[in-house]
Ligand binder design. Structure first.
Ligand code: SAH
Ligand code: SF4
Length: 354
């Protein structure tokens, strides 16, 4: 019989398993708390459940954790982790801006959802590496648990408050496991992270945007737009050929209609796509859409040929949007001194250029 991944189990699933193997319901709740709230890394760390009960449980549940291969710390407090999975694959995740956000009691972790990514965007280090496999819900949750555990060793009060699904991979192409991880991370006896404090970022998988709106109206949505015309977007995000801008924007309108939530539109600015005329086209595209634009100067990755625009160009781009009445912010550059653009640390570690 194949064992079930312990860290991917909801409280109810553990209750069912315990009932099946003759253990009391409260044991399941205790176990869920040890795993999710206390982030223990082995059966031996669980203290108030008897050895024989733990042994019975371990016959049915597989307890796997992530192993830290590397950690980089940026001057602004951003920490980037490279973790090894059980099958030897590696993934990156990031604790954002630890020092500054700590003062605001806000701790955001950026998690990966796949090993590699099948979308293959022109500017992305993850996309350059191709696609290996989807992560399980347990592997997604483990990134949050193992970073929390790591930080708690120096800061016992550390509690993660926000999660963004913006690491390696396209979350909407691993929809079921991503949604499962969100449900578990949200549970009251677990980390109890509010649905509204979790955000999925997508390159534009149209049917899944609609499904997300229908399945769960509370999770935040970020759409990686990057260009306001199909021919530019086709070159940056190959997915655009399958789901062109007209369909994507229709799905966004539907999402906002159902959820009443504002979408964040991510726009990575390169030296090429940051002309005022492109800002004007973007303003036209987003007219009447409940949303907010986040401008990100592209992180140059060797092999992509993408360059950053000047600060002056970024300010001008933002001004055009503002003048058109569109809410806009410029992403503060986090962790650029540690290659925080996802996929770069893994590439570097695996001996490829960054
Ligand atoms: N696959 C999803 C989520 C992961 S990528 C998506 O594409 O939305 C998270 C964000 O980082 C996306 O907005 C993506 O476009 C952006 N990104 C990827 N590589 C980048 C780079 N080199 N510089 C700036 N942003 C980048
Ligand atoms: Fe995949 Fe997102 Fe990178 Fe595109 S930007 S290749 S969708 S991870």
């Amino acid at each position: 019989m194949e064992k079930i991944e312990l860290r991917g189990c909801s409280e109810n699933e553990l209750i069912e398993i315990c009932q099946k193997i003759g253990l009391k319901r409260f044991r399941a709740i205790q176990l869920f708390q040890w795993v999710q709230q206390k982030a223990v890394r082995s059966w031996a760390d669980i203290k108030n459940i008897s050895k024989s009960d733990l042994e019975t449980l371990s016959n049915h549940l597989h307890f796997s954790v992530l192993n830290k291969v590397r950690e980089q710390r940026s001057k602004d407090g951003t920490r980037k982790y490279l973790f090894r999975l059980e099958d030897g694959e590696t993934i990156e995740c990031v604790l954002m801006d630890y020092a500054r956000l700590k003062a605001r009691d806000r701790h955001t972790i950026c998690v990966s959802t796949q090993v590699g990514c099948p979308v293959g965007c022109a500017f992305c280090a993850t996309g350059l590496e191709g696609f290996k496999r989807n992560l399980s819900a347990a592997e997604i949750i483990s990134q949050v648990l193992d970073i929390s555990q790591d930080i708690q060793q120096e800061d016992p009060d550390f509690q993660v408050t926000n999660i963004v699904f913006m690491g390696m991979g396209e979350p909407m192409l691993n929809y079921d496991q991503v949604l499962k991880s969100i449900r578990v991370l949200n549970q009251a006896q677990g980390l109890n992270i509010g649905m509204r404090r979790m955000t999925i970022s997508t390159s534009g998988v149209v049917p899944k945007i609609i499904q997300l709106a229908k399945d769960n109206s509370q999770v935040g949505l970020a759409v990686s737009l990057h260009a306001a015309d199909d021919s530019t977007r086709d070159k940056l995000i190959p997915m655009n050929r399958r789901y062109p801008l007209s369909e994507l924007m229709e799905a966004c309108r539907e999402y906002s209609r159902i959820t009443h939530r504002r979408i964040t539109f991510e726009v990575a600015l390169t030296a090429d796509n940051s002309k005022p005329a492109e800002a004007e086209a973007l303003a036209r595209l987003l007219k009447g859409q409940l949303g907010h634009v986040n401008l990100i100067p592209v992180n140059p990755v060797v092999g992509t040929g993408m360059e950053r625009p000047s600060q002056e160009k970024i300010v001008k781009f933002a001004q055009v949007l503002e003048d058109a009445g569109i809410s806009v912010s410029s992403r503060e550059e986090r962790g650029t001194d540690i290659d925080a653009a996802c996929g770069q640390l893994r590439r570097q570690w695996e001996g490829k250029l960054v």
